[in-house]
Design a protein around this ligand. Structure first.
Ligand code: NAD
Length: 358
């Protein structure tokens, strides 16, 4: 089939991948649209200093496809997209984001953008100057996106503990959180409220100390967290942290966190399974913000966070039960289930829905 972008698109089932260049602002990047078969393709805008164009393109397509799978399992009438922008000191971002806004507007509602690494409220404001198709988490948008994610992770963890031991019994549990940012901090707060012992770390020492002081959690040196004996290890920082070297060091029974793509390679799901570690698939457990943002744009309502968490807990429970019955890693079961749902969507003759601003 070949190694070029068209072959990669055919393998991954993509609809469109746009290469972006704006001569005025210096913006360079990619916008990948994976699926619009039942509704708009939703996806954040990531700004990052990629080592190469290839790395940026791979990240863009991988994340867009993962968003579609997330939407399928969350039962949303939406698909996945992603924009990645190559960060560079020469780019004039206050012009670059409006340029991207015009590109998105020209797509006529097929794509809606949201926050991601490097794109916060300020950048979304620049985007919104040129397009209606943007999710802003603040008061003018769905709000409380990270809180929705943290709630989903908490309920997913609870489902995993119940799956293994019949009960969550938080007071007997120790949870280690990697990354005490927007999601990790809220998750820690919730776990402490439930009675769990919580330890955590962050690469940013000031943030780590502030959170530890505020919540009274045990602080770990970064890099020590993987080898800590605990019931649940919660990756809430960056992806790719579970690999050939880190997996043998893990002393957790369950891995459940918000980080997108925590596995360095797909077969690391099998390596964890072989060691008896229960990995809760990230694209099931971290869907809280997506559900809250999508419901706001698709239906104009702010879905209650408790309800979002409850549904994610139920979905996690279902995936873990099916995986146990099949004797395979939950990651594989969830991927197969999402692929099946995607095939169903694509073979059905469902009218595509476009976004309207509320
Ligand atoms: P954030 O940027 O607010 O926090 C991440 C924190 O992790 C930062 O404080 C950073 O210093 C720390 N960190 C980075 N690498 C680390 C390491 N190796 N060890 C320890 N700490 C490290 O991000 P966030 O919004 O809390 O999101 C966390 C993860 O969850 C990301 O992977 C994100 O893509 C994913 N996610 C977030 C949401 C959401 O609603 N915010 C939704 C879905 C998925």
């Amino acid at each position: 089939m070949g190694n070029g972008i068209l072959a990669a698109m055919a393998r991954g089932g993509f609809e469109r991948v746009l290469a972006l260049q704006d001569r005025r602002s210096g913006l360079r990047g990619y916008l990948a649209i994976h699926d619009t078969s039942v509704g708009p393709a939703l996806g954040g805008v990531r700004r990052w200093a990629y080592r190469s164009e290839d790395q940026a393109l791979r990240d863009c397509t991988r994340l867009a496809r993962a968003m579609t799978l997330k939407c399928c399992l969350a039962g949303l009438d939406a698909g996945g997209a992603k924009t990645v922008l190559l960060d560079h000191p020469d780019v004039r971002w206050e012009e670059a984001y409006p340029y991207l806004g015009r590109v998105v507007e020209d797509l006529g509602g097929a794509v809606s953008c949201g926050p991601d690494v490097g794109t916060g409220e300020r950048e979304l404001g620049w985007l919104a100057s040129e397009t209606r198709h943007v999710t802003r988490p603040g008061a003018r948008g769905p709000g409380r996106l990270s809180a929705a994610t943290a709630e989903g992770v908490f309920r997913g963890m609870q489902a995993a503990l119940e799956h293994l031991d019949g009960e969550a019994d938080w007071e007997r549990r120790r949870v280690v959180i990697q990354g005490l940012g927007a999601v990790g901090r809220r998750l820690a707060e919730q776990l402490l409220r439930a009675g769990a012992r919580v330890a955590g770390c962050d690469l940013d020492p000031r943030r780590a100390e502030a959170v530890a002081e505020e919540l009274g959690l045990e602080l770990l040196d970064p890099a020590r967290e993987l080898g800590e004996a605990c019931d649940v290890f919660a990756p809430c920082a960056l992806g790719g942290i579970l690999h050939d070297l880190s997996i043998p060091r893990l002393k957790a029974r369950i891995v459940a966190g918000s980080a997108n793509n925590p596995l360095a390679r797909g077969d690391h799901a099998d390596a964890l399974h072989a060691r008896g570690v229960l990995l809760v698939p990230d694209f099931v457990i971290s869907a809280g913000a997506l559900v809250r943002g999508a419901r706001f744009h698709l239906d104009g309502r702010r879905e209650p966070i408790g309800l979002i968490g409850e549904r994610i807990g139920e979905t996690v429970r279902g995936v873990l039960e099916r995986a146990a019955a099949e004797g395979c890693p939950p990651q594989r079961t969830a991927e197969r289930e999402a692929e099946r749902l995607l095939e169903e969507r694509r073979s059905g003759d469902l009218p595509a829905r476009t976004l309207s601003r509320t």
